[in-house]
Design a protein around this ligand. Sequence first.
Ligand code: FE2
Ligand code: FE2
Length: 478
Amino acid sequence: MKQNRTSKHNFKSTRSLKTKRKGPAKRYFVTCATANATVDKKFLAAIQNWCDEENGELIVLLGPPHRGSGPRNEAVYDKVLQPLLDSGHATVEFAFNKNLQAIDAQLNPQQLNPLTGMDHYGVSHKTGASSVIFGHPIQVSKPQAVGVATLPRILWTTGALTRPNGYQYNRIGKIAESRHVLGGLIVEIDGPIYHARHVQADKKGSFVTLGRRYFADKKSKEERPLFMKLGDIHVGFEDALSEKATTRLLHQLRPHSLRLEDLIDFESISHHTHKDPIAISKRKFKTLDSELQAVQAYLLGLGELRETGVVDRISCTHSNHSPDHLMRYLKEWRFIDDGADNTRTGVKIMNMVLNDGLSDQDLLAALVDPSGICEWPRLDTSERIEGFEVNCHGHLGINGSRGSPGSVYKAFGPCAVGHSHTPGVYPGPVLYSGTYGIIRRSYVKGSTTALNAHTVIYKGGHFEIINIIEGRYCLPRK
Ligand SMILES: [Fe+2]
Ligand SMILES: [Fe+2]
């Protein structure tokens, strides 16, 4: 067994290899190999297919063994990695650009959240702060707070190209095994910024990214996502660059089902600012009616996507901004003393609630979607896409508490949510989309973790969260 593997001695020697490429490669497939585990040959072939088609390079971070797979200090790698070791592509550290580095931090593969305690990694008084990719079989990502005019800083883990053999037969080992992902991180270097997306392999080794599936037999083909959850919309507060990039992305991916969250901001009647005369004077929408009209026009624009076959279906999740902000406005009687225009609109809407029996999602549908462009599932309904609960905004936790990655996972298992405006992947996985709109709204003071980002789910439950940085989400394809 041992003679077929790369020894610990070779593993250590890679630390002295100069692995930063000077060549033209700008696309990378980054994954990790766990010691004392077998490489999935089909997945490796599919990765190499992607590298050939996209002119990419494979970087394999070498990690420690699953605990319990042998003597604790022995790290032996599958022999198939030897050529990658010889060429410097299997390594323990790699610098992509000033803002992104990859490193093997010797994270225990049985650590259930590999980013626990890692928030300060990548911060140095000499080099500043950068994003960091860690080798680990569980795929997670977590943006860190950054200040104004600072590029995003995100911590990532990779998934593995080694199989989940060798985990301990105990509680932690069984959970770690269930979370082990045959997968990696596609990285594209775009000057000082970078684009990165998780991918996962199926049993035949194939994986999908940006609407194209790559196979182990040197073939690839287009694949429409089953589902796409846009970052929180907040109509009227769209970011122009994000909006243009999202339109390009929608036409490129053509998702079957498109999901909207926090569609209506309800800034015009917000309880956050209703006692603040300065904030009220700066409101974009001076009346509730003007905001509802803007949302109706926005939905008509989305309706064209459906009519032209870019998407097949559009739906809108019950969120805290819409309809909860509106229902609170009504229940607190604020429309009675909120200017003549809002009182008139408020009375009309209250009449729809009291006399017509409409509330929450049904009320929104009647107010902004008379053409029936959108579906409006209620809060207490469920929709699963390839195992992911998608009719969940993520603002509600357990027994009336606030939502968190842990609480939504306990309630729903794997799910795709929004609300935090902070895109990320948490163990489960729980997929967080970001925001569609302006990152720095007036209420965002100081640093922020918000980003423009959308969640995409493909057949087989393969997913990717697509970040939009400075109006771009990938390098142009050849
Ligand atoms: Fe929200
Ligand atoms: Fe939101």
